[in-house]
Design a protein around this ligand. Structure first.
Ligand code: AMP
Ligand code: GLY
Length: 435
């Protein structure tokens, strides 16, 4: 198959890499890609959000499949554009991508479909939002409705913090149009994890569970990031929960969207909060009464979850993506290996704040069977490969046990260096604490 992957991060490198592992030989392209995707695909110099540029390339090159990585082009209607050209595309149309692009819309769908989630109210008026706070107790969560590059969520421990967040968004316009509406939401106690469901418009197949590490420093301290590491599977998602997640969370959303004329195809990523009644010290159950609640939906593969999940998939990945994109996905399209995977993000000093670029990366080494270096923010220059982003590399180890996978990821990182490099040393600590 001729396949175009849209995007330039670790997620897109993992998608292109996994496609290159298929037994069939594919002709893989990546727009715009990075120094890592160049090893498994042909990079095409078109930005991921350049809808017309990508459509033009697709008209001229007639790919058998386009796989869209990031949310921004989904929300901008790239998939609608490609489908209008008759090109099979993995990713939801813009109306479906609103599950990520508008938190108010996602809540509306969840409420209509009876999906367990935190209770929330939406406001455009700061005074009204503030007067609603007492009913939510503390902590309370204040969220900008639209896309805010992962920064639009404030978990407030005090009323003052919640009021300041409301003012920032509704009065100070901190996130522009994305923050013109805010949600005040019930705080959910528990342990977070991710389920990526592959959806073909009418049915879904769950990919292996995973858990992300959002905070920048060890011990889950410091500011939130795009994700500092991940592992798969996540032990908090015990096997008995999977049917519930499919039947009470994923499928009701797919059906509710279909009822509204939206055929959702692609990944529906459910960020979940798990609170096992009585068996953990996390705090009270959500008002929904469910032990698993939705924190958020995303309309795409997670990053870095993808770098931990895809190395665990067997079979033909291209076929699974194409079947989802064309409405004929089957359970048998998803083959999960027994391996466990752990991914550690290697970042530039200063991230998620400001950081320097252009630092030469040493020791990337060659492919190994039990560790993979995915590139997130890298660029090739005359002398080699240099950093070009905050998250630079995503290093995945695989093994028979989580310990083995984690050790292999860290061993591989041990050989890599660049000025200012840092990474978390405690990836998967929650799973190890569970014993
Ligand atoms: P989101 O962008 O909605 O994923 O929110 C970012 C992060 O804020 C999540 O990954 C959670 O750690 C936290 N968060 C968001 N909503 C809630 C909630 N209702 N209860 C507890 N934590 C939350
Ligand atoms: N790792 C979190 C995300 O992809 O949204």
């Amino acid at each position: 198959m001729k396949i175009l992957v849209v995007g330039s991060g670790g997620r897109e490198h993992a998608i292109a890499w996994r496609l290159a592992q298929d037994a069939e030989r594919h002709d893989i392209f990546c727009a715009p890609g990075n120094a890592g995707t160049a090893a498994v695909a042909t990079n095409v110099a078109i930005g991921a959000e350049d809808v017309q540029g990508i459509a033009k390339w697709a008209r001229e090159n007639s790919p058998d499949l386009v796989v869209v990585g990031p949310e921004a082009p989904l929300v901008k209607g790239l998939v609608d554009e490609l489908l209008s050209l008759g090109i099979p595309t993995f990713g939801p149309v813009a109306a479906g991508a609103r599950m990520e692009g508008s938190k108010r819309f996602a809540k509306e769908i969840m409420d209509a479909a009876g999906v367990p989630t935190g209770r929330a109210e939406t406001f455009t008026d700061a005074a009204k939002a503030k007067s609603a706070l007492p009913a939510f107790g503390l902590p309370v969560v204040v969220k900008a409705d639209g896309l805010a590059a992962g920064k639009g969520v404030v978990v407030a421990e005090t009323v003052e913090q919640a009021e300041a967040a409301i003012d920032d968004m509704l009065v100070g316009n901190k996130f522009g149009a994305a923050g013109a509406e805010v949600l005040v939401e019930e705080f959910l106690h528990g342990e977070e994890c991710s389920i990526l469901a592959m959806v073909d418009g009418r049915d879904a197949v769950l990919l292996p569970s995973s858990q992300d590490h959002k905070r920048v420093f060890d011990g889950d301290r410091g500011p939130n990031t795009g994700g500092m590491g991940a592992y798969s599977p996540a032990p908090v998602i015990t096997a008995d929960k999977l049917p519930m997640i499919k039947e009470k969370i994923i499928m009701p959303v797919v059906r509710e969207l279909a009822k509204r004329g939206i055929t959702y195809r692609g990944i529906l990523y459910a960020g979940l909060m798990v609170n096992d009644e009585g068996s953990n010290p996390h705090g009270p159950l959500a008002k929904s009464g469910s032990t698993v609640n939705v924190v958020e939906f995303n309309a795409r593969f997670g990053d870095p979850e993808t770098e931990a999940v895809l190395p665990r998939l067997g079979g033909s990945f291209a076929t699974a993506l194409l079947h989802a994109a064309t409405g004929c996905l089957a359970d048998s399209d998803i083959v999960v290996k027994d391996d466990v995977a752990a991914t550690v993000i290697v970042a530039s000093g200063g991230y998620p704040g400001s950081y320097e670029k252009g630092r030469r990366i040493e020791g990337l080494g060659a492919d190994a069977s039990d560790s993979i270096v995915f590139h997130c923010g890298t660029k090739a220059d005359a002398g080699g490969i240099v950093t070009s982003g905050g998250r630079v590399l995503s290093v995945t180890g695989t093994g028979a046990t989580l310990r083995e996978a984690v050790d292999r990821a860290y061993a591989r990182i041990g050989g890599i260096s660049f000025d200012g490099m840092f990474y978390r040393r405690d990836i998967a600590h929650r799973a190890f604490e569970r014993g």
